[in-house]
Design a protein around this ligand. Sequence first.
Ligand SMILES: [Zn+2]
Length: 303
Amino acid sequence: MALQAIVLGSAAGGGFPQWNCGCPNCERARRGDLPSRTQDSLAISANGSGWFLLNASPDLARQIQQQAALWPRAARHSPIRGVVLTNGDLDHVLGLLLLRENQPLTVYATREVRAGLEQNAMLKTLQRFEGQLVWHALEYGREQELLGPGGEASGIFVRAFAAPGKPPVHLMRGALPSAGDNCGVSVRATGSARLVYASATSAIEPIAGELDGAAALLLDGTFWSETELPSAGLGRANARDMAHLPMSGSGGSLALCRELRIGQRWYTHINNSNPVLDPLSAEHARLQADGWQLAEDGLRLSI
Ligand SMILES: [Zn+2]
């Protein structure tokens, strides 16, 4: 059985273009010179009828509208069985609230990510009746089959692994950093090869063993360089301050993944400031020379 994956969104938080950004990239996307991108999320299925989301982006309603595979098959129905959350960042969890309207769902998350969400009273809109939201703990290093809200098997097997990260910005005050803040997942269907999704990581070494041998990798492509935001006057934080390893440089993800055995190499979660968004840029050429491509919204993979 093959694992099917659809890239629902390929932009970092804020999307592309970002509503309050007039940088050259965002202006080009607004004019239609560069393809716009919604915020990072993936849909996966082993049978084409039941789907799980890897993260739920604030753009989820638009993403569902763009993908017939996610449309209802009957009155008051959804093929979306549940959501796997890889961290508590708003660009990965706000879409959960869009999945209200009395639809039972399972949510897989670490203890830390769940606790962060449950601090917010709005989550109760997904807990209007017993069994509307069925929580499962994402346990690192253990493969678990994703289950629908009624306990039904999906044929999708997920192994989560800690990826160096941080708590979400809105919880940074008071929350001590923990390995449960951020993870990647290795996903397969029965008998299929592995797809690895790690859309946020500040280092490669600790997760290299998980990336090695992947048939397809969707990796954190937020920034090209460490000082991308301050250099462009778009912010004060460096890439690693935001727990994103940049692509370039001797310690960047291009260099650190070079020796790993990886089939398809895709960057996703691409920030609107990243020069690789211009397909004619020197940075984009360097990425391609290393065998990488940029994921785009709507990209379909069969593993
Ligand atoms: Zn911008």
